[in-house]
Every structure is written in structure tokens, then in C-alpha cells.
Ligand binder design. Sequence first.
Ligand code: 5AD
Ligand code: SF4
Length: 453
Amino acid sequence: MEQGLPIREPELTSKGAYYIETFGCQMNVRDSETAAGLLENCGYLRAEAKESADIILFNTCCIRDHAEKRVFGNIGALKEQKEAHPNMILGVFGCMTQQKEVAEKLYKRFPFVDIVFGTNLLSKLPQFIELAESGGRTLAVDENNITIEDDLPSIRTGRVNAFVNINYGCDNFCTYCIVPYVRGRERSREPRAVVAEVAKLVSEGYSEVTLLGQNVNSYGKDLENASFAKLLSLVSTVEGLQRIRFMTSHPKDLSDELILAMAELPNVCHHVHLPVQSGSNVVLERMNRRYTRERYLDIVGKLRASMADVEITTDIIVGFPGETDEDFLQTLDLVEQVGFTAAFTFQYSPRKGTRAATMENQIPEAVKRERLHRLNELQQRKSRENNEKYIGKRGIVHIEDCDTRGEEPVCYGKFSNFKMVYVPAPPEMVGRYVPVRILNVRKNSLTGKLEEL
Ligand code: 5AD
Ligand code: SF4
């Protein structure tokens, strides 16, 4: 995912305009919101476009090689703009530059970049900017103390949904994954702090939030008497809060208590993003996922038995070291059995410093590509099947935005269970909860018409 923050008209008092380009996951989107808050506190305002910005920041991702290459390409492309505007400040932060070696390489390779720092030093951004304003360069990486401060200022990106961090970091060390190295050990925010943030968001006009963590299901393991299910119960009492989403769930920590809370709390959405990664027990073991395909299928069964309308999305990796044709067939079989709403599918990408990167039997690129293709074809069929069951059904859509480019305006938003719905409707509907009858399906979404309330 890549996204520029929405535009604001610069004011005359502004010191200049900033532009932040975000790569990677929702956690990064949230960090960019904090970076934006810090910059606005320094007197900068959001730029209309990258080309007119006085500060450009890249918030980077390192989860796969592809993500890193794109960042390098994007930075390289700014050389001319920087030469034409030598006072422009260029900065790179995020997961990629949380790795000292990568940060140093980047700092040397792009002498026109003024600031390079790791995510955990985000609160120091104003100091780095101040130094850059007087011509100084910064390279700041602290690999040891990976804590991100709470309660920093931030500017929200979401129009109708606000992200709220509940826990940071990850302790799981899946053998393919770099996240525990760049995001540090798991730390939960106090329930009080989460509830207070949600209540504040509601008072500002939000009625939908997404609770964020690498593994929300293990929330509270470092606190007294706390669990994710308990946190959901607390958050759900915030008056005016209509929809609570969360991600990401780890199957090994998805408890019966949580399923019950989801089924009983009226404003908790019936959607679970539950990465399975592989359908083969041998591969799951080598990935250090700590569940079996049987346990995964059991959870899916329980979720569906408790909530008839629940939708399940997933992440899958193909071509993990040693993955045989038989292992891969097991993944296809699981995808066939579960019928995911959507799956984010990836070719395995070795990450330096992770255990899988040095495992034997790395899979050739061509085999990975072919498996990904087969998996995607199957998932497309399953997504279509899943969509078709909605034809003729009615549901409430929270309208997120409106596309006014065509002959008639088309609004879009989601059912509570995450299904994306398009509906001809005027832009005034943005932010509203409207009843929609589904008439047709698209590849990854539904289309319908507005119904009377
Ligand atoms: N190679 C490919 N995919 C990966 N993911 C994480 N690490 C890797 C890697 N090294 C995928 C997983 C995870 C998602 C966010 O990214 O599927 O759930
Ligand atoms: Fe990575 Fe596994 Fe942690 Fe997810 S649970 S962030 S895949 S180590």
C-alpha cells in the first residue's frame, strides 16, 4: 500500500509544506499520521502534491524485497527535484531504516537525503528537521531501544475510520519475518489509554475505529488482568461508537473468549483478518507458526458457528524454503475448504537476519511465481463465489468516499463484515450509514442500490 496524505490548503503563516509517502502496513500509516502531527506542530502544512513540497518524507517498509526496492527507486527519482530546490528537506524513516546497515547504506548512496532515522526515533523528528533547516544531515538509528512514545500529536488520515494502536512489536519470530527485529518486543498500551483515545475520536466525529497491532490477540499478555476480549468489551462501551474493527489476528492466540465477545458485543464487526500463511503442517512448523491446519480449520468453524455473517480474510506465502508440491497442494486445499473473502498472497522473500533466509532448499523464482499464479486463480474463483451469495441481500454500508468523476456519483464503503460495496449515491452520503440492496458483484466487491431506511 502506498498513500499520500490528504490535501490541505497551505496558510500564509506556514513555514512550508510537507508531503509524506507511506509504504507498508496500517502501523506505518499510523506512524505517518504522527509524523504529520509533529510537522504541523513545527509550523509546516500539508502539501497539495509531492512536487510542491518543502519537506518530503518516506515512511518505509522492509517486509519483502520488493517493498525495499520501490523505496530506493522513489528516493532516486527525487534527485532532480532536490537539485532544483536545494532548500527542500528529504527524509527517510520507518522499518527499513530501523536496520542500521540499511540506513547507513541509504545515507551514503543518496547524499541529497538530509534525514535518515528508525521509527523508534519518530518523536525526535522536530530536532532532525531543525538541523536540516540549517543545512545539517542526520543519520540516527537506535537498534536497542525500540519503543514508540504514546500521545504524540497526530493528524488523522482516515475520513470515516481512525486507527488506534493497542499493542506494538511482536514476539512471535515467525522464521520468515523481519518485523520482530524492526518493531521490537510486544508492548501493550494500557486499556485506559486506548479507551480514552477512542472516546476522544468519537468526540471529534469518528464512529468507526480499527484497533491495530501485529498480533492483537495477544494484547495484554504484559499487563495485569488484561486480554483482547476484555479490551473489546471496554472499548465497545464508548458511547457513539458504531463499529470496531481490529487487525491482525494470530490463529495461535485467537481464544474462545474473543469469539464470544465478537458475537455478543453489538458494535464489534464480524470480520477477522487471520493469516494462515500455509496449509501444510510441515511448512507451518518450519515457519514457527505454532498451530496446525486442523486447529486453523477448527477456529474457522467456531467463528462461523457463532456469527453467520462473519467474513475471514488471510495472508498466504508461497515458496517458503522446502515447500514441496504436496505442501503447496495442501495450501490450495485449505483455500478451497475455507473460502476466504480475500487473500493477500505473497512469494516468499528472504529477509537478512531471519532464520528462513539461511534454510536449505530455497525455492526457485519460477516455481514461486507459478504457485502464486495458481493460488491467485483459485482465490479469484472463491472470492467470486463468496460475493455471489450476497446478491439480493440487504445490509448497512458505512460510506467512506464518493467518486464523482463519472456521469453519476458513486459512493463506496463497507458492510460491517468488511465487504466493500459500491452504490450510486450523492457525495453528501459520505460518513453516513445507509441501507443497500446488493444487485451485482464485481471482482472484489459488490454493487447495489440505496434502500429506504
Ligand atoms: N516473504 C513473503 N511474505 C512475507 N510476509 C511477511 N514476511 C514475508 C516474507 N519474508 C507476509 C506474511 C504476513 C504479511 C504481512 O506479509 O504473509 O502476514
Ligand atoms: Fe511477523 Fe509472525 Fe509477528 Fe506477524 S506474527 S509480525 S508474521 S513474526
